[in-house]
Ligand binder design. Structure first.
Ligand SMILES: [Zn+2]
Length: 153
């Protein structure tokens, strides 16, 4: 299916989120690997001359990115406030010998505040969307359509 994927400003945290837009069907998947926000708009049903969409949205509460030494990654977007038990559980998986701790991190996001609980997020993590866009444009050049900001973790 034809889709465009690009970075855009996260409506939740203001940093760089990712949008996958299917321009033929007007379906949309937006997700933020900074704060955990996501929004999806997908076709629910077709009626005579009309299409009915279903929307789902979740404000970000943080992300847990776990990379193992073979390079495979798990990206979890937290859809609620982290409990102490969850933090302990995530800490235990982070400490697992197979995990590449340099490429893994746990971040919570509550009331507009990021808190790094484990590991180190990549440099781009900290940039506002405007700073991120500027960096991408100077690195890759300005794209033909300027909304098509490159995606980089
Ligand atoms: Zn966000």
């Amino acid at each position: 299916m034809a889709s465009n994927m690009y970075a855009l400003k996260c409506p939740c945290c203001g940093r760089s989120a990712i949008e996958d837009y299917y321009y033929k069907t007007d379906e949309k998947y937006t997700f933020c690997l900074r704060c955990g926000y996501y929004y999806t708009k997908t076709i629910e049903s077709y009626k005579a001359n009309d299409v009915e969409y279903k929307e789902e949205k979740n404000d970000g509460h943080g992300v847990f990115i776990l990379t193992d030494k073979n390079g495979s990654r798990k990206k979890m977007m937290l859809n609620g406030r982290l409990s102490d038990a969850q933090i302990e559980e995530y800490k235990a998986s982070f400490m697992d010998g197979i995990v590449d701790q340099k490429k893994s991190y746990l971040v919570s996001y509550e009331n507009g505040v990021f808190k790094i609980l484990l590991g180190n997020p990549p440099e781009n993590f900290y940039l506002s969307f405007d700073e991120y866009r500027e960096k991408m444009f100077s690195k890759y050049g300005v794209p033909e359509y300027d909304f098509m900001v490159p995606i980089e973790e």
